[in-house]
Design a protein around this ligand. Structure first.
Ligand code: ZN
Length: 285
C-alpha cells in the first residue's frame, strides 16, 4: 500500500512538473509555438543578452534609416483579401534579362540565385510563367477564372514579388513531378523565397496548395517561415510590435513608423512595410 502511495505521489509530482513547464513554455513563446530550434527569441524572454537599456538604442525615422544606408523594399508586404493593396500602389520593377518579364527589383538577385541552384542541382532551366501583373491584367484573370483567382488588389502578383515558375513540360501542379519542382519546394527558402500557399496553409491563407507560386520575402524570413511550417499571415502576426527578435546574427523587429527603435550597432539594415500598418526592420547585430 505504501508503495502504491509513493507511486501515486511520484505521479502527482511529475504531473505538476510537466504542466508547470508547459505554462512556462506558453509564457515564453505564446500559444503560437513560434520557436524554433532554439534560435528565435524575443528580447522579452531574457534569453539573449540585449540592450533594453535605451542608451544602447536609438529612435530613428524611415528617412534617417535610409540615410544610414538601409535598403527599403516591399519584401514583407502581406497581401490578401484582409489586407489588399492600395489602389495607387506602384512597385519598383525591373525587367528581368530585358525580356519584358517584370519582377520586383528587390527579388532580382535572389531569383537569379534560385535559378542557378535549380540548374546546378537538377540540370533544368527554371522559367517564369507569370510575375508582375497590372491591376487590369489581374482583372482579366479574375474574369476568366472567377473564384480561382484573387480579387484584383488582393493579388500579390501586383507587387512583382510573386512568381509562378515552371520547367519545360512541368507547370502548375505538374511542377512537383519534376526534380526542379521538388527542389524549389524544398529549398527556395534558402534563396529568400517561400511557397506562399503551402500544402499545410489553406486554413490560414484561404488558398489551396500552389507549388508553383513562390514569393520573395528575403532572408532570414524565408528560413524562419519554412522551418516553422507557417504561412506569411502567421509569421507577421507572431511579431509583437516594438519587440526585438533574434535569429542567428539577425535582428528583426516590427514597429510603428513614427517610433522606430533600433540597436545602435545594427548594420545591413533592411526596411519593409508589412501592409498592415507596421514596418519590419531587419539587420545584423
Ligand atoms: Zn501566382
Amino acid at each position: 500500500m505504501k508503495k502504491l502511495f509513493r507511486l501515486f505521489l511520484l505521479g502527482a509530482v511529475i504531473s505538476v512538473i510537466v504542466f508547470s513547464s508547459i505554462s512556462v513554455f506558453d509564457i515564453f513563446f505564446g500559444d503560437k509555438m513560434f520557436v524554433i530550434k532554439d534560435r528565435f527569441f524575443s528580447s522579452n524572454e531574457g534569453r539573449m543578452p540585449f540592450p533594453d537599456d535605451l542608451s544602447e538604442c536609438e529612435t530613428v525615422s524611415i528617412p534617417e534609416l535610409i540615410e544610414k544606408g538601409a535598403v527599403f523594399s516591399d519584401s514583407l508586404m502581406l497581401i490578401n483579401s484582409e489586407y489588399p493593396l492600395a489602389e495607387n500602389y506602384a512597385p519598383a520593377l525591373i525587367d528581368l534579362n530585358g525580356n519584358e518579364v517584370f519582377i520586383n527589383e528587390c527579388a532580382e538577385k535572389a531569383y537569379s540565385g534560385l535559378k542557378t541552384a535549380v540548374t546546378e542541382n537538377c540540370g533544368d532551366s527554371l522559367y517564369i510563367m507569370s510575375s508582375f501583373r497590372t491591376p487590369d491584367e489581374q482583372k482579366e484573370i479574375k474574369k476568366a477564372e472567377g473564384d480561382y483567382a484573387a480579387d484584383v488588389y488582393s493579388s500579390e502578383h501586383l507587387t512583382g514579388l510573386a512568381l509562378d515558375v515552371y520547367v519545360m513540360y512541368h507547370a502548375g501542379m505538374g511542377f512537383l513531378e519534376s526534380d526542379a519542382g521538388k527542389f524549389v519546394n524544398k529549398s527556395c527558402h534558402k534563396h529568400g523565397f517561400i511557397i506562399r500557399y503551402p500544402y499545410y496553409g489553406e486554413e490560414t491563407t484561404g488558398i489551396p496548395y500552389e507549388p508553383w507560386h513562390i514569393r520573395y520575402v528575403g532572408l532570414p524570413h524565408s528560413e524562419i517561415i519554412t522551418e516553422n511550417k507557417i504561412t506569411l499571415e502567421e509569421y507577421i502576426s507572431s511579431f509583437v510590435p516594438g519587440t526585438f527578435y533574434f535569429y542567428g546574427d539577425y535582428f528583426i523587429s516590427r514597429q510603428k513608423e513614427d517610433e522606430i527603435r533600433i540597436p545602435k550597432e545594427l548594420h545591413e539594415i533592411a526596411v519593409s512595410p508589412d501592409n498592415t500598418g507596421f514596418y519590419f526592420i531587419t539587420g545584423k547585430y
